[in-house]
Write a protein that binds this ligand. Structure first.
Ligand code: AMP
Length: 419
């Protein structure tokens, strides 16, 4: 049997993980800075929450979900995104009754059966945030500010572009949809097959088609912004005003419609020109009807999700230096007695808060020092029979290649020797 991972699924290897930790930690800090608490939701949900939440005609529901029957015949789905599951939990746990506003963030793997390529996987990670209970534009601006602040704290803000739009209420969209169909129908032949299909199922989605031959026709299409009701227009104007006030650069792109049915009013996307065709690194919007649609109380909400693989790819390009495991001390001991002392010393140093690798595989000092160099240890402690007899250990500063001897008694205060 030849073992192999499933197409579109990848491992995150030890040599990559430090960058992941660094970025995830930054995101968590920012979520908490904005008053968000983490929620952990299951990876499997009943299929209905996605079919009724995301819309039958969305790409995710129509062709990308990993759906199968549970042993009792219930249809279940590996989560393709985080929002619907968080909404389900919000309803099930009556969160709205406990607090008027709930600010939640999540992190985890999502599953979509897409065509894999660089930056697009079938199993990928998102970190996202959802705020329930406020319909105000101040809330939208605060959420967008949080998204932007993740990229600016990571010093990636010069490599991303924030685009915002409003898709109004469902009535606004109904009028706009009619107008779009009237516009595209006579020019159907200029559209790709996918767009032709969307003309019947979800004409708004034609607007975010990236196929070259469709672009000219799409370019001249009517704009949703001309169909907004007064309230939606005011809401959008207020967000723009607030983003300007807090110095967040953005452009308005009326072609952003987002792929899912649950969005209302505000939608936004963060893209980069450094990742080729998979250029979206984060996206979100307002979804004022989803909670009710999934059987909960009428609750406005807004949120976003960041694609972690793409954020990491972007970060690697901008900051190519390696992110390494931090090893303070390598303990090299040779001979049974010294090895016994080595494990003892290693544990004392770990209790002092140091990261310690104990060389336990009875190799020569030469190969142990090679290993210490390889893992970038700051210091190596060397104990052989000779050192043990004299009750000392050698401390080698790896950067300066300098060695000093200390009494073994000093291990108890070791941290002071190197600080
Ligand atoms: P969406 O839920 O489609 O709005 O996606 C939010 C973010 O998740 C996107 O901006 C991407 O960064 C990321 N993303 C979506 N689909 C994939 C995928 N198949 N592979 C990797 N990242 C993805």
């Amino acid at each position: 049997m030849k073992v192999k991972s499933i197409r579109g699924f990848r491992d995150i290897l030890p040599e990559e993980i430090k960058r992941w930790h660094f970025i995830e930690e930054k995101c968590r800090k920012i979520f908490e800075k904005y008053g968000f608490s983490e929620i952990r939701i299951p990876i499997l949900e009943q299929t209905d929450i996605y079919t009724s939440g995301l819309g039958d005609t969305s790409d995710i529901v129509s062709k990308e979900m990993y759906t199968f029957e549970d042993r009792d015949g219930t249809s279940i789905t590996l989560r393709p995104e985080g929002t619907a599951g968080v909404v389900r939990s919000f309803i099930e746990n009556s969160m709205g009754k406990k607090s008027p506003v709930n600010k939640l963030y999540y992190s985890g793997m999502m599953f979509r059966h897409e065509r894999p390529q660089k930056g697009r996987y079938r199993g990928f990670n998102q970190m996202g945030a959802e705020c329930f209970g406020s319909e105000s534009a101040y809330c939208d601006a605060d959420i967008i500010s949080m998204l932007w602040s993740i990229f600016s704290e990571l010093e990636l803000n010069n490599h991303v572009k924030l685009e915002i739009n409003s898709i109004g209420t469902s009535e606004d969209r109904a009028k706009f949809r009619e107008e779009l169909v009237n516009y595209f129908e006579p020019q159907k032949d200029n559209l790709c097959d996918d767009c032709k299909r969307k003309l019947d199922t979800n004409p708004l989605r034609i607007l975010d088609c990236k196929v070259e031959t469709c672009l000219t026709t799409i370019g001249k299409a009517p704009s949703i912004l001309d169909f907004l009701s007064i309230d939606s227009k005011n809401h959008f104007e207020k967000i723009k005003f607030l983003l300007e006030k807090i110095d967040i650069p953005f452009t308005v792109n009326p072609k952003i419609v987002r792929g899912l049915d649950y969005y209302t009013d505000t939608v936004f996307e963060l893209t980069t020109d450094k990742l080729g065709s998979q250029n979206a690194v984060g996206a979100g919007g307002r979804y004022d009807v989803l909670v009710k649609q999934l059987g909960g109380p009428d609750t406005p909400a807004v949120g976003f999700a960041i694609g972690l693989e793409r954020l990491i790819l972007l970060h690697e390009q901008v900051f190519p230096e390696e992110y390494r495991q931090n090893v303070d001390i390598y303990v090299a001991s040779l001979g049974e007695k010294a090895l016994n002392e080595g494990i003892y010393i290693s544990n004392i140093l770990r209790k002092q808060g140091l990261n310690v690798e104990y060389g336990f595989d009875k190799k020569s000092f030469k190969s142990q020092l090679k290993r210490a160099n390889k893992i970038n240890a700051k210091y190596t402690i060397i104990i052989g029979e000779d050192e043990l007899d004299r009750n000392v250990f050698k401390l080698r500063n790896m950067k300066l290649s300098e060695e000093k001897e200390y009494s073994l008694d000093e291990i108890e205060n070791f941290i002071n020797l190197i600080s």
